[in-house]
Design a binder for this molecule. Sequence first.
Ligand SMILES: Nc1ncnc2c1ncn2[C@@H]1O[C@H](COP(=O)(O)OP(=O)(O)O)[C@@H](O)[C@H]1O
Ligand code: SF4
Ligand SMILES: [Mg+2]
Length: 331
Amino acid sequence: MPRSDVVLSIEGLSISADVRGETVWPVTDVHVSVRAGEVVGLVGESGSGKSLTALSVPRLLPENVRIIDGLITVAGKDMSLLTDSELSRVRGGIVGMVFQDSLASLNPTKTVGQQVAEVVRLHDAVSRTQAEAKAVDVLADVGLPQPRERFRSYPHQLSGGMRQRVAIAMAIACEPQLVIADEPTTALDVTVQAQILALLRRLVDDRGMGVLLITHDLGVVANVADRTTVMYGGRTVEDCTVIDAFEAMRHPYTEALVASAPRLSGLDSAGDGIPGAPPNPAHPEPGCPFEPRCSHAQSDCVVAPPPYITANNGHRFACFHPLLAHEVSRG
Ligand SMILES: Nc1ncnc2c1ncn2[C@@H]1O[C@H](COP(=O)(O)OP(=O)(O)O)[C@@H](O)[C@H]1O
Ligand code: SF4
Ligand SMILES: [Mg+2]
């Protein structure tokens, strides 16, 4: 695919944070790319650095956190070169964000219609009436029933699923090229979760935007994503099609993640999680961060972190001793 199709590119991202005067390294080598019309699932255990990676794109990181290295481009624009006012036009403009907690991301004192219309007016030179008309259209597009009436509802008057539809409406109101959705369905029950994922998929197919869908749940990825990027201990360790992630993974961590996913492996023992603990970002070890938990580790794995390489078919992984197709455990 031509490079112009890449709506998000993150190469070699490294992030540090100051914690009570000490420097910690929650993200050390992250590579992500999302093309137009594609849903990429960014997966990994809690604490692997998914949210900090997401927040680094529109530069919404907490005050004690800094980007140390790496190149982030959105639709070919280097995010580090933008001024503050250019960045605020990017947020909600070419990049839409959706978070887990829609109640926290919506303003309780304004109607949901007003909030969508405000996003439209912030980015498009339109009158209030035009912005309100567009807001009704977008609310209809995200499947809010009776959008004209719901326009006047306050967030607390809507169910969690409906609020998440409103949050998605705000993210897509200005026709972004990229939407970053951080655990957008984690707070919802399974039926509503499936509806919201189907909505995201339809919006991608209809509008051709790219979506980075962050989740700790491989079931979400299996349902909706085209490609998977797996993170471990602040690094991307594998990037491949969803089918390869489940059936031809090369990285032992992806294998462990799939084997421990309760709804996917069908094993009684599944769901207990991967034995051992993730690395401590305050004390990075010199070798492969997965080594203490890896059943395939060899003596060279403790010397240096494995480089992130690309195989012939575009499948990327960081492991000195990658699994071969016939070795992949089927749970
Ligand atoms: N503001 C912060 N200051 C210091 N450490 C942080 C901060 N935010 C997150 N972290 C740490 O960075 C790591 C990655 O966090 P996060 O990106 O939220 O992970 P994930 O979204 O994958 O669960 C975790 O160890 C977390 O505790
Ligand atoms: S580099 Fe070694 S320790 Fe790390 S995942 Fe590969 S085999 Fe396991
Ligand atoms: Mg997170």
